[in-house]
Ligand binder design. Sequence first.
Ligand SMILES: [Zn+2]
Length: 396
Amino acid sequence: MVIPVSTPPIENGAVLVHGDKIAAVGHFSHLKGVVPPGTNVLDIEEGLIMPGLVNCHSHLTLSWMKDKIERGLGFSRWLRQLMGLNATASQEQYVEALQFGMGLSKKAGTVLLGDVLNSPVFSPSMESTVREDSMFIHFFLEVIHPKALWFDTNDMVRCLEEFFISWSLSAHSVYTCSRQALCAIKAFCQERGLTFSIHVAESREELEFVTRGKGPIAEILREKNRDVDGFFRSSPSPVRLLDEEGLLDEKTMCVHCTFLDDTDLDILGSRGAWVCLCPESNLYISGSMPRIDKIVQKVERICFGTDSLASNSNLSILSQLRAAFRAYPSIEPAILFKAATLGGAKALGFERFFGSLTEGATARFLILRYMPCKAHEVFEFLCSESVEERIEQFEP
Ligand SMILES: [Zn+2]
């Protein structure tokens, strides 16, 4: 069976590959007639062919923190531990973590990844790691506590541009960037047609800070001598704050959205912004789950991320789908699978190459050799069963 995602599943389907591109997708009996003589035929019999998965939000350089922060601490205690660990890390550790994270991601069937990088972390030696792997990474250079409006990222930008590595800017959050900085980062992305990414409504502590300027996040910022009073102006919610500044549109990706009220949902839906769900990270940190049942009703543009191994035990997008479907079994599983493939590719701006099996797309997709169900059950199967161990990545 072939799951193109952009069209319904095809029983007895086939994918014709020419060079490194998909040349055609359809029923085998139709494609047989157009297969050039001498073409290799790979028959996977009872198996499944589907697009590679898209992870829209990770921090691979934090992969060395796997199992170092305990579950269920709540956001502010988790954040304190993360900052403590970060202060001890070396450049070599980050490079190894990137390699380790890429390996895990690839094993879990990821072909396209949106990864957040901080400026002290990137080094030119990462270039060969990124280049040699067949997975495609788009980096978000994260702006956090910018001192001036141009953001300490210049060195990193020079490196990435020199190596033709795909990148754009992201803002860490509404509590670590002023409104002015958020607008400047968004404008930078907008001028270049790039996706702007930001952590949004990840924790109750974030809501407390945004609505009242108080709570554990305010305490952490003050301890770090951040000028909270200098940049803070309250809003009813992080989503409303972004909307007040005109920052929500179809090129903005709001990561987490764990604590949204109905007005937030309406705003995100009407502005056409992306919601990037990382349910296992939310469960890991605070035992909370986004209202995914409501989000899929109100918001058209949905994608998935894993976040980092500091708040997840794996980097598997299928594992995020299982967590979402377990919590909300009434959701149509096809919607979740589409979000994890074509949704993610569109959110990052790479839908011509990844996210669906269509003519002209990159010929890098997933094969599952045995798949005990029919077309109408296939999405439920993929959102319920752990199949990562059996996934093979096809590469031309
Ligand atoms: Zn994150």
